[in-house]
Write a protein that binds this ligand. Structure first.
Ligand code: MG
Length: 178
């Protein structure tokens, strides 16, 4: 008898599926870049959307992030199809206020990028600009209980990544000139 093939992860496939499912759920890297711009333009007035998108793409290339995106989208879709166990089904479907696991999953993304990410995550969740407002619109039967927090977390992480890089650049410049 032949041994079953050992499980080997295809990282490229995970990355491809992440971008594909974000798109199918109505979220583009540009939408997330706009959130990063919203967070960071007060500090960097010349900040372009292209630069923001560059950091979003970098965050999305991390496996921890891809795992959270795929898990969250899957749970949202199962909730839409009524396939979760009760009472979880109703809690996720109705984005129940005290459920909170959607935020915890999203924090697994923010965790990768340090404490500035946490501050931004809380802030953007309260403000709900751009795509976050759309994802929170519950009038169309679509459920984004997990995805709204995940998108906020990706934006917060990209903002944090940018802040760290820019600080590094500043210090390098100071080093070169000093
Ligand atoms: Mg949520």
């Amino acid at each position: 008898m032949r041994e079953p093939k050992p499980y080997v992860l295809n990282s490229r496939e995970v990355e491809r599926a992440t971008l594909e499912w974000l798109g199918k759920r109505g979220v583009t890297t540009k939408d997330i870049a706009e959130l990063v711009h919203y967070l960071q333009s007060p500090y960097y007035p010349d900040l372009t959307l292209e630069e923001c998108e560059h950091h979003v793409v970098a965050v999305l290339s991390k496996r921890e992030v891809q795992n959270a995106v795929l898990t969250g989208i899957q749970l949202d879709m199962l909730a839409e199809e009524g396939k979760l166990l009760p009472p979880l089904q109703d809690m996720v479907k109705h984005d129940e206020a005290l459920y909170g696991i959607d935020e915890v999953l999203a924090l697994s993304i923010v965790n990768v990028y340090g404490s500035i990410g946490f501050t931004n995550f809380g802030y953007i969740d309260k403000q709900k600009p751009g795509i976050l407002k759309k994802l929170n619109d519950k009038s169309n039967g679509v459920s984004h209980t997990f995805l709204d927090d995940i998108v906020g977390a990706i934006a917060s992480s990209a903002a944090s990544r940018m802040a760290h890089r820019k600080q590094g650049e500043k210090e390098n410049d100071a080093g070169a000139n000093g």
